[in-house]
Design a protein around this ligand. Sequence first.
Ligand code: PMP
Length: 429
Amino acid sequence: MTTNAELLATYRRVLPSFVSPYFAEPISIERGQGSWVWDVEGHRYLDFFGGVLTTMVGHNNPKVTAAIQEQAAKTLHTSTLYLSPPMLRLAEQITERSGIPDARVFFTTSGSEANDTALLLATSFRSSNQVLAMRNSYHGRSFTTQAVTSHASWSSTSISGLQVNFVQGAYKLRSPFADLDDDTFTKACVNDLVQLLDMTSAGDVAALIAEPIQGVGGFTVPPDGFFGAMKKELDNRGILFIADEVQTGWGRTGEHFWGYEAHGIVPDILTFAKGVGNGITLAGCVARAEIMDTIDVLNFSTFGGNPLSAAAGSATLDYVIDNDLQGNAKRMGERFHATMAPVADDTDWIAELRGRGLMWAFEICHPGTIEPDPARTVAVLEACKDQRLLVGKGGLYGNVIRLAPMLDVSADELDTGIAALRSAISSIT
Ligand code: PMP
């Protein structure tokens, strides 16, 4: 039997030092079924992170696995040079669901590449390299998406062809306007946006890119309607709004299919990745034809929308819709919140419980303060593992525990996870 320790030695020997596994004793997941996974040593865990919200409708989902197997036996790859039925079917599903009128979709292989495409479109459409992004954002690892990422610990370069300004408001707990009620907070952030535009921009600004709920940033949730208020100011100046739905799409937030819907707006451009392929590489960028067709030369992503990933994508989306998983996310989210809100209130080192649907986070701080406590956060992560529960970590200071159960998690599984989480929390002093 291969052991976790043997695999860790190989990991350290052949991968770069900037990737790093969770846990003091990292594990290798050998197989999964539904919400459960088994490591190479045979230990079973409840998976409430899905490899960063990417396994979305359960491991080895029978419908998705069958669609992949069926397609794999036909052809794995053809590219946009040919008329691929799986790609066209998925494109129809996504454009229809996007909410964007006269929508076109360009498939890519990662969220970073999807956001690159969105920035390429917006800067070309507006003939401007000026872009706005939210503070505490994460949009990817590529050269352009690093420029719109606002986390010192994830920003590997300051060099960019984009000129970027970062807007207030996505992360209320640490905002200078944190003490204001939601409406006044939104107004203050809009006023700041106006000042930013008046004082720091030169001519036209291309776009604001934003995650409706920040993922890597620790599931920070701005007030409902926040981006609607922002977009009014953007619309006044012709500035495009790019919704990065990489973590918030496909019903994950429960109340809505897309995160942007909580703000009463329709974005000009939408990007997606992660969950839609249930683990198969699939991402893309949706925009109305007027914007998409700004690119009037040839453009091509070799693997984007290949038949295998498209078949996985359609099967995943069918499963989400046929089983009303958005509804399940809403119900399970409410169940989670009802039990865990009192626990968070009673635990003096939990500064905030936030989220919605099946995206929940605990911000962990020194008791009674908002001073980040990354050491205690690691202890919670390890304690959850000891309880056989896999959760994620994140946040600006690495002091946020993130939970994102499968969209089809059952009430029993959720309750099992909640019990494990409660034991983990009570084991920490
Ligand atoms: N946008 C968001 C909101 C993300 O969370 C991520 C990945 N964590 C990305 C973009 C980048 O996606 P990828 O890792 O597939 O390039």
